[in-house]
Write a protein that binds this ligand. Structure first.
Ligand code: C2E
Ligand code: MG
Ligand code: MG
Ligand code: MG
Length: 279
């Protein structure tokens, strides 16, 4: 394909490739080192019920890079996936987040994202079980977020895994709902506890009637299937009230709370406890 282009273009194309490959390689080495030096961080984003009570936090990985600044997970999680680093990274997130949540004098839940590679590992159920034992976190306080792409690869195997995880007493949520392919079949066949409606729908519900029709239908359908519904990416009061009026169970978004470092999440929990004991 490169040959049919002019000579200069071929050269340019290859040079560009080399740079991208080199950069990716550099980033991979950096990520490996960062993991080894425990430089990754977890931020915690609060989730609320309709009455404004915190129900839990979602653990979101962050990479404060010494020279490139804060690298968002959308950049390093795919890289970690491709290189296999996601396995130690994912285990670190799980263990750290469960440990932190176990230390909170509160029964709020902690949600941890699982990547396809983690999900494919035969020892996932064992890893989760051991993590719960080691951290002392009550299984019912752990929620694992999975995406459709992860379930698609091998449906019978994924189904068995979700069942085994739930048998441990942890909850399983279907994340980014609406962005995948055959969503309805998954909702129907898998024993999820919760559906998280993707941000790309939520940010359109107050100005795109079709987007709202879809979200409203997801809420109705999920409730009939005995699933709880979380809306992610709520940024305006109008979105919040529309969702609350229509029975959405749980709210997440910058309007209500951004992902925050552990210390802030802990003080938020403490301040809410004081509020309750005063009233
Ligand atoms: P996600 O699991 O769907 O997480 C929600 C994302 O939406 C987070 O982005 C969060 O900061 C963002 N968000 C929440 N509310 C709002 C809002 O109101 N407006 C906007 N614009 N964004 C909002 P984040 O932290 O950048 O994470 C992106 C994705 O990276 C996550 O999407 C998840 O798929 C992945 N990820 C993050 N941490 C981990 C991890 O530890 N393991 C795995 N496997 N994936 C992770
Ligand atoms: Mg998530
Ligand atoms: Mg999500
Ligand atoms: Mg999302």
């Amino acid at each position: 394909q490169a040959k049919i282009k002019g000579k200069g273009q071929v050269y340019e194309f290859q040079a560009g490739m080399e740079t991208a490959v080199q950069e990716r390689h550099d980033l991979e080495l950096d990520l490996r080192a960062a993991l080894g030096r425990s430089e990754l961080r977890i931020y915690y984003q609060p989730l609320f019920d309709v009455s404004g009570v915190i129900t839990g936090f979602e653990a979101l990985a962050r990479w404060p890079h010494p020279t490139r600044g804060m690298i968002p997970p959308d950049r390093f999680i795919p890289l970690a996936e491709e290189t296999g680093l996601i396995v130690p990274l994912g285990e670190w997130v799980l263990k750290t987040a469960c440990g932190v949540a176990a230390g909170w004098q509160s029964d709020v839940s902690i949600a941890v994202n699982l990547s396809p590679t983690q999900f494919r590992r035969v020892d996932l159920v064992n890893t989760v079980m051991k993590t719960l034992e080691e951290t002392g976190l009550q299984p019912s306080r752990l929620e694992l977020e999975v995406t459709e792409t992860l379930l698609m690869e091998d449906v019978p195997k994924a189904l068995a895994l979700v069942r085994d995880l739930r048998a441990l007493g942890v909850r399983v949520a279907l994340d980014d709902f609406g962005t995948g392919y055959s969503s309805l079949a998954y909702l129907h066949n898998f024993p999820f506890d919760k559906v998280k409606v993707d941000r790309s729908f939520i940010n359109k519900i107050t100005n795109d009637p079709n987007a709202w029709t879809i979200v409203e239908s997801i809420i109705v359908m999920s409730h009939k299937l005995k699933l709880r519904v979380t809306a992610e990416g709520i940024e305006t009061g109008a979105q919040l009230s529309l969702l609350a009026e229509h029975g959405c169970d749980e709210m997440q978004g910058f309007l209500l709370g951004r992902p925050m470092p552990e210390s802030q999440a802990s003080s938020l929990i403490e301040s809410l406890k004081n509020l309750h004991s005063v009233s």
